[in-house]
Ligand binder design. Structure first.
Ligand code: CO
Length: 212
């Protein structure tokens, strides 16, 4: 087998280990002790949006969950397990949903092509479109409408986080948990959508759970 891309990755890794050890001899020993990340990052699986790199954070700072179009789907055991662990065990102070303009998952949701299994995932974004169809239909420019759906989708996922018993219990216990919605632009800048929540006050009665 000729030298391949994956071999290059392993070689890069060795170089990285040497570089980190040169800076701090006990770097890996310290990391091995444990993690207390202050943030859970829920982002898109898109290769152009690497959570640590775009926020200049190092190993140990972000607990990360990524899926297509940074979704918070209330039946997704993977996402719920990550959220539960992050909030109740790691005691993160912030959960950030970070979407990005140009998101392929959101784009697919705006079209009518059937693309197999992923239809089921994408349908959650179609619901966001449908819930905001008045506003979106008024936007005549295709790109602007696409950008707006990216934002509305992030906003909806933040709201969906607030609907979970995990987040509501943290609020009830006054842990100081905050949830936020951001959008990354492919020029590198992150835009804060200012949809942060730190209590169930704006959640709406129907979604508020009676918790012990
Ligand atoms: Co994406």
């Amino acid at each position: 087998m000729s030298s391949s891309y994956y071999e290059k990755l392993l070689a890069n890794n060795k170089k990285w280990v040497e570089k980190m050890k040169k800076k701090d001899e006990s770097y890996f020993e310290n990391l091995a002790i444990g993690q207390t990340p202050p943030v859970l990052w829920i982002g898109c699986a898109d290769s152009r949006v690497p959570a640590n790199e775009i926020t200049c954070t190092r190993p140990g700072e972000l607990f990360v969950h990524r899926n297509i179009a940074n979704m918070v789907v209330h039946t997704d055991m993977n996402m719920l397990s990550v959220l539960d662990y992050a909030v109740n065990h790691l005691k993160v102070k912030h959960v950030i949903v970070c979407g990005h303009y140009g998101c392929g998952g959101v784009k697919a949701a705006m079209e009518n092509k059937s693309i197999g299994l992923i239809n089921k995932w994408i349908r959650n974004i179609k619901e966001v479109y449908n819930n905001n169809s008045k506003e979106l239909k008024r936007i005549k420019d295709d790109k602007k409408r696409f950008d707006r759906l990216v934002e509305l989708n992030v906003k909806a996922q933040v709201f969906d986080l607030a609907k979970t018993s995990i987040v509501q219990k943290a609020w009830k216990d006054n842990t100081g948990l905050q949830i936020h919605g951001w959008v990354y632009k492919l020029d590198g800048i992150i835009k804060d959508l200012n949809v942060s929540m730190d209590s169930a006050a704006d959640l709406g009665e129907i979604f508020t759970l009676d918790l012990d």
